[in-house]
Write a protein that binds this ligand. Structure first.
Ligand code: C2E
Ligand code: MG
Ligand code: MG
Length: 657
């Protein structure tokens, strides 16, 4: 475009803007209505200034002798009283109040034009009226009001000479007054345009910021309640949905079933596929599960490897098991980056109102059920309150045991063993005893398995060994030459550190190795046979005797007996209980004694509770006996006393047949 062309276009644009501005100024275009939130404030401001002002005018003019003017001013003030009351109402009442205020202003300003006041100076106040009109009304309406008001003013000025007490203005003054009032109206209109635009922009900006803040808030809320990888609800989100479902369900007719599904060995899988593919894998899982859960259910991802779904079911139509079944048999196999992946899963479910009455607990119980399924090595389980109770007790006991071990509150007691050939006290078995601070005793049957399932068996084994060698040394110091046995768990025996602790303690105690017996339970050989075999040979090389505990209750005992470098076997007490000479137990005990002797081992019978049992054992050549018939386990000092005062037993019958 040429330069002149550009100039013409610029001029046209400017002319257009000017025209637009004029149209806005005159209120012929755009809505320059006062923003609704501001409207009430404008009105209140006008009333708060107007009422005292017009009353002051009335007083002043009355005092100055302008009685008619004062009367009009006082009467006009009355218009503001209903306006004050109306402005508190809705948009319509406010509108009426605005008109009353405009009527008040028009009345007073016109009265001042007509009566002039002191030296005609009252006319000056008339210039305030256009500002009032544009302050209260939209641009177009204010123009109409002001033009009507100007027309009235001109009319009254024309009538001036016929109104008694009117201030008589000169014709030049009237012309000047009319034009300057028009000019003041224009200024008020321009001023109002700026103000209303400013207010509008402000309101728009506030609205924009508010909606932005709302959007941020919604986003934050979404993040707080959802899992970002799968888009499913997270734990907090699921809980909210479940709480809402619980609140609206009818407990008489409906149940809510929650199913917790845990993916097994997920960290290993993530390790193989990497993080991104792991996320994709989780999306596949979420998709597969949500298809099964269906429309009536809600699915959430509550942990990295756990999903929980819940569903409201009609008690008459569905059972929790059917709902669970949908998830239980779901094969989760996918191909991620060309790698076939199969995800094992375990699930558990709980229902409301059967297992609980609140949402949070329902989630927890579904998870408990899943943990129960895992512990029972099954795919799925329904919540079992008794198991949960046991589980909690075990957890509590576990905590207590850890504490007891760290404070070394575990002690070792001794149960005597007798030689069934000579009747003499031959030795003792050391047994762990845990005495709580309140004096109550926990038996090893309760805490040994718990320790074995956790890492606590290692410190427990070492503590017992320390106590054992200290006690064995004390017994020797007291002049008691007895053979003492100590129990060790398989997990202690496969730990090379425990073995070296044992070797050190043995050397430090001064107890001859052949007076020490380590009891190994037969079932422990099933776990890590090779390791244990090696350990057994190491113990043998130290000169320590070894005994197979609980013989007859484990597996493949004879095969191990052939291989192991043991010296003794202990017939388990179940065979000694209700031993009657013609029964099966009797035959088994006899056979076990035979087996032991055939292999060149000494045989100890445990659980000897009565003289009949002792008689039987003696008759069949069992070497040693241990049981309540002689004495239960007792603390070391009591055992020392017992050993001192116990004379050799008179055995019931001659041992040989
Ligand atoms: P165990 O080694 O077979 O010990 C024999 C158990 O039978 C002891 O139970 C003993 O009190 C009990 N007993 C002895 N005589 C009789 C009797 O005439 N009748 C009956 N009914 N029972 C009798 P306790 O002390 O409760 O120990 C249970 C098991 O806990 C032990 O069986 C042993 O396997 C394990 N245990 C004990 N102390 C330790 C330890 O320090 N370390 C390890 N790893 N296990 C231990
Ligand atoms: Mg034992
Ligand atoms: Mg035993």
């Amino acid at each position: 475009m040429s330069e002149s062309g550009t100039r013409v276009a610029t001029l046209a644009r400017q002319a257009n803007s000017l025209l637009l501005y004029l149209l806005y100024l005159l209120g012929l275009r755009g809505s320059s209505a006062v923003v609704s939130t501001e409207r009430g404030q404008h009105l209140l401001t006008a009333l708060a200034i107007g009422l005292p002002l017009s009353l002051a005018f009335a007083l002043f003019n009355y005092a100055a002798g302008f009685h008619a003017l004062a009367l009009v001013e006082a009467a006009a003030s009355l218009l503001l009283l209903p306006a004050l009351w109306l402005q508190r109402g809705g948009a319509r009442l406010m509108n009426a109040a605005e008109w009353l205020a405009l009527a008040w202003g028009a009345t007073i300003s016109l009265a001042l034009v007509v009566f002039g006041g002191v030296e005609g100076s009252g006319v000056l106040w008339a210039f305030a009226y256009p500002f009032l009109a544009f302050f209260l009304k939209p641009q177009g309406t204010a123009w109409v009001v002001c033009l009507a008001w100007l027309g009235l003013a001109l009319m009254l000025l024309a009538l001036g000479s016929s109104i008694p007490a009117a201030w008589l203005h000169s014709p030049e003054f009237k012309a000047q007054l009319a034009s300057s009032l028009l000019f003041a109206t224009l200024i008020a209109a321009a001023f109002n345009l700026v103000r209303s635009r400013f207010e509008q922009q402000l309101a728009e900006r506030v609205a924009e910021n508010t909606s932005k803040a709302r959007a941020y808030l919604e986003e934050l809320q979404y993040l707080a309640e959802h899992d970002l990888v799968t888009g499913l609800r997270n734990r907090a989100g699921l809980l909210l949905a479940l709480e809402a479902a619980v609140a609206s369900a009818d407990p008489e007719l409906e149940s809510i079933v929650a199913v917790s599904l845990r993916l097994e060995r997920l960290p290993e899988t993530f390790n193989v596929v990497g993080e991104d593919a792991g996320d994709r894998l989780m999306q596949h899982v979420a998709h597969a599960l949500s298809l099964r859960v269906g429309e009536g259910g809600v699915l959430g991802r509550t942990r990295l490897d756990e999903f929980i779904a819940f569903q409201r079911i009609d008690r008459a139509l569905a059972t929790p098991d059917r709902v669970m079944g949908a998830l239980r048999n779901l094969p989760l196999s996918f191909t991620v980056d060309g790698l076939p992946i199969y995800l094992d899963h375990v699930s558990g479910s709980a229902t409301l109102p059967d297992h609980t009455d609140n949402a949070r607990d329902l989630l927890r119980k579904a998870e408990q059920a899943m943990i129960q399924a895992r512990a029972r090595r099954v795919d799925t389980a329904l919540y079992d309150g008794q198991l949960d109770h046991n589980f909690r007790q075990r957890t509590r006991l576990f905590g207590e045991l850890r504490e007891a071990l760290s404070r070394e509150r575990l002690d070792i007691w001794f149960q005597p063993q007798f030689c069934l050939r000579t009747g003499k006290l031959s030795g003792a078995e050391a047994l762990a005893r845990w005495i709580r601070p309140d004096g109550s005793m926990v038996l090893p049957g309760e805490f040994i398995p718990l320790a074995e399932q956790s890492g606590l068996i290692k410190p427990l084994g070492e503590l017992m060994l320390r106590r054992f060698f200290a006690s064995a040394a004390q017994l020797r110091d007291q002049g008691l030459d007895l053979r003492c046995s100590v129990n060790l768990s398989a997990r202690n025996l496969v730990d090379p550190q425990t073995l070296s602790v044992l070797a050190k303690l043995l050397a430090g105690s001064g107890v001859p190795a052949d007076r020490v017996v380590v009891e190994l339970t037969e079932s422990s050989f099933a776990d890590e046979p090779e390791f244990l075999m090696r350990t057994a040979f190491e113990l043998r090389s130290m000169g320590i005797r070894q005994s197979i505990d609980d013989f007859g209750t484990g597996y493949s005992s004879l095969a191990y007996l052939r291989e192991l470098p043991v010296d003794e076997l202990k017939i388990d007490q179940v065979f000694l209980r209700q031993l009657d000479e013609t029964g099966r137990s009797a035959s088994l005990v006899r056979a076990m004694i035979e087996v032991g002797h055939t292999l060149g081992l000494e045989v100890v019978a445990e659980g000897v509770e009565n003289e009949a049992a002792e008689r039987f054992l003696v008759r069949h050549g069992c070497d040693f006996g241990q049981g309540f018939l002689y004495a239960p386990a007792m603390p070391l000092d009591q055992f020392v006393d017992y050993a001192r005062r116990t004379a050799p037993r008179e055995l019931p019958v001659a041992q040989s047949e």
